[in-house]
Structure formats: structure tokens, C-alpha cells
Ligand binder design. Structure first.
Ligand SMILES: [Mg+2]
Length: 173
């Protein structure tokens, strides 16, 4: 059994995720984290590549939803040119924000993917609701202090995760 802290997929970045594969497995909604997933926490606006990527995903048929633990002013500013539905102060990993996004998208959890850079907020929260979780490498090495204190623990979980993935591959072979 996959541990509740393990992502379903690990990707080198949000634009390295195989979205065709996600669509093929029935995913129709994507919950996006912002800070250090799309841009560093200290960058106020999305970059050109992210804007294009987000539009491409919408064209592909995905519903997108921002679920962030960030402040309203931060998320609102970031989302200005994107116009996505969003939840700020989401309190991830609690269910609150995820459940609201799920209700608004009118999709069951099995059809929703969560993309984020943190195990103890994005991955854990999504897994507990039965969503498909994608952990991405943080875009910046700089973290807010609240995140920074969790990174050493994440490293331990990632060691266990890599062993798990290795074993799965051996079983499959
Ligand atoms: Mg984040």
C-alpha cells in the first residue's frame, strides 16, 4: 500500500508533468498550489510560460482551481491575469479548501489531481481525500520559514518514497 505521505507521481516541475497521461486516466480537474509550485513565493505574478501552460491545460479540457495557504492579497494579485477560481488561507493539509474546490468543480476526488511542492500540505491533504497527487520539485530553493522547517522531514519521506518506487518497479519487472 502506498503511504499517505507518498505522491502518486513526482515531477521535476509543473511543466514537466505528463498531462496527456493525466487526461487518459480520467483526471478532469487540477488543484494548483502557487508558492514554489508555479513561481517562487516572493514573485508576485505568473511568468509567461506559466500563463501559456495554464491556458493550454484549460484548452485541453481540465478545470483548474488554485488552492493556496497564502494570503488573499498574494493569491488575488497572482491570479489577476489568469482569472482562475481560487481559495486562499486554505489551511492545507486540512480538507476545507480541497473540498470546496471539489464541490465547485463538481468532480469526484478520483478525477482530481493535486499539484504542489510540499508533502505535508499538498500531497498529504490530497491523498487523504482520495485525489491523485503530484509532487513537483520546488521552483526556488528559498522557502518561507514555515515551509523551511518542514523540508528536512520531507527529505526523509522522499528517501522512503524512492525506496518504495524502486520496490514497485522490481515487483513489476
Ligand atoms: Mg507551495
Amino acid at each position: 500500500m502506498k503511504h499517505e505521505l507518498f505522491p502518486d507521481v513526482y515531477a521535476g516541475g509543473i511543466w514537466e508533468v505528463d498531462y496527456d497521461a493525466l487526461f487518459d486516466r480520467g483526471i478532469r480537474g487540477i488543484i494548483l498550489d502557487v508558492d514554489n509550485t508555479i513561481v517562487p513565493y516572493f514573485v508576485p505574478d505568473p511568468d509567461v510560460r506559466s500563463v501559456a501552460g495554464i491556458h493550454r491545460l484549460q484548452k485541453q479540457g481540465f478545470s483548474l482551481y488554485i488552492v493556496s495557504n497564502g494570503k488573499e492579497s498574494r493569491v488575488r494579485r497572482f491570479n489577476q491575469g489568469l482569472g482562475l477560481p481560487f481559495i486562499c488561507h486554505a489551511g492545507k493539509p486540512t480538507a476545507k479548501g480541497f473540498v470546496q474546490a471539489m464541490r465547485d468543480m463538481q468532480l469526484p476526488p478520483e478525477q482530481i489531481a493535486v499539484i504542489g511542492d510540499q508533502i505535508f500540505t499538498d500531497v498529504w491533504g490530497g491523498n487523504r481525500l482520495g485525489m491523485y497527487t503530484i509532487l513537483v520539485k520546488q521552483v526556488s530553493r528559498r522557502d518561507e520559514w514555515i515551509t523551511a522547517i518542514k523540508r528536512p522531514l520531507e527529505k526523509i519521506v522522499m528517501l522512503a518514497y524512492r525506496l518504495y518506487v524502486k520496490k514497485q518497479k522490481q515487483v513489476a519487472a
